[in-house]
Design a protein around this ligand. Structure first.
Ligand SMILES: NC(=O)c1ccc[n+]([C@@H]2O[C@H](COP(=O)([O-])OP(=O)(O)OC[C@H]3O[C@@H](n4cnc5c(N)ncnc54)[C@H](OP(=O)(O)O)[C@@H]3O)[C@@H](O)[C@H]2O)c1
Length: 323
């Protein structure tokens, strides 16, 4: 099969198409013929050599999510049959014509959406569901803020929070990105390059913040949180270290938490998939939550896709068309 491999750590050009053996499913796995593979920012970190894949994942093929058709099932797989269309969360290996994946990490292709749209969902939906609704405990009627509102994560968080009854606020780096966030359901998106988000949101305050920025956003986030507020980190693109006032955490009874999805064990991801199928798939099928594709590229154009992602010019998801 053809696969995009990281030939050496480095710039997007290190992504090269090579021939690899088609994998064979273990008893608990399915083999999927990939039609489309989503691209996520962690793939860029892996390409640069900063985010090694967990044990068991392909060592040099990036790709955390795909959609395609089941080609074969392992001996213990009961739920799926050859020929069924699915999308799946992977620990790596998605930029390829075939992948093997734990059968429990597959979800049915949501009705009304294409393979490329479905391939854009698993990584961000699993991350947002766990961090915003499980760790952050966002409830209907609460105020929610997501930084990086136009990112793949951001467009997912805005729509799910809105669909489940929260008031949604976002930050993004241009007026165009802010307009897109507001069209997706944010009551207000602050262009952080033109306005201080803390000043802008002070009159409202927020209950839950999903933060991928870190650095000097940390004290600003804490200032904005209501009593019993929750701050959830999923990255620290501006720096992993920042100052905060412990008294403020105590006086407002704040919760600071965060997580990384990829190294979590297979049972955790299976439980998350089941919850997502129950709570998020009906929203997709009712068109209350939609995939947002910025650009699609061919498998052989993976380097261009990474260049676009690193430019941060995109709004929503970038997807590779494999088949
Ligand atoms: N913890 C987890 O389990 C997990 C899982 C998946 C993703 N993530 C993280 O979630 C974030 C979003 O991922 P994604 O795939 O959705 O990314 P993405 O679509 O590439 O979006 C990232 C956005 O962040 C903003 N940005 C880029 N560099 C920045 C910087 N230095 N400071 C502040 N903002 C910056 C840019 O928008 P602006 O123009 O608005 O700045 C950019 O569009 C990434 O940091 C990723 O590593 C974490």
């Amino acid at each position: 099969m053809k696969a995009v491999v990281i030939s050496a750590p480095g710039a997007p050009e290190v992504l090269q198409v090579q021939e690899r053996p088609t994998p064979t499913p273990a008893p608990h796995q399915v083999l999927v013929k990939v039609h489309a593979a989503g691209i996520n920012r962690p793939d860029v970190a892996q390409r640069k050599g900063h985010y090694p894949p967990p044990a068991g994942a392909p060592a040099d093929i990036p790709g955390l999510e795909i959609a395609g058709v089941i080609e074969a099932c392992g001996a213990n797989v009961e739920r799926w049959q050859k020929g069924e269309a699915v999308c799946a969360l992977l620990p790596g290996g998605g930029y390829a014509e075939y992948v093997v994946v734990d059968a429990r990490h597959c979800l049915p292709l949501p009705q009304g959406w294409s393979f490329e749209e479905a391939a854009s969902l698993p990584e961000t939906v699993f991350t947002v569901w766990h961090n915003v609704f499980q760790r952050g405990q966002l409830k209907a009627g609460e105020n929610f803020l997501v930084h990086g509102g136009s990112s793949g994560i951001g467009i997912t968080a805005i729509q799910l929070a809105k669909a489940l009854g929260a008031r949604v606020f976002a930050t993004a780096g241009s007026a165009e990105k802010c307009r897109a966030c507001e069209e997706l359901g944010a009551e207000r998106c602050i262009n952080y390059k033109a306005e201080d988000f803390e000043e802008a949101l002070k009159p409202e305050g927020v209950d839950v913040i999903l933060d991928m920025v870190g650095g000097d956003y940390i004290p600003k986030n804490l200032n904005l949180l209501h009593p019993d507020g929750r701050l959830v980190f999923i990255n620290a693109m501006q720096g992993a270290k920042g100052e905060f006032n412990v008294m403020q955490v105590m006086q407002k009874r704040l919760t600071l938490t965060g997580s990384t999805l990829r190294p979590r064990d297979a049972d955790f991801k299976a439980a998350l998939a089941a919850e997502i199928e129950q709570h998020v798939w009906p929203l997709l099928e009712a068109q209350k939550f939609k995939p947002v594709l910025s650009h699609t590229f061919l498998l052989k154009e993976a380097a261009q896709a990474h260049t676009l992602m690193e430019s941060s010019a995109h709004i929503g998801k970038i997807v590779l068309l494999v088949d």
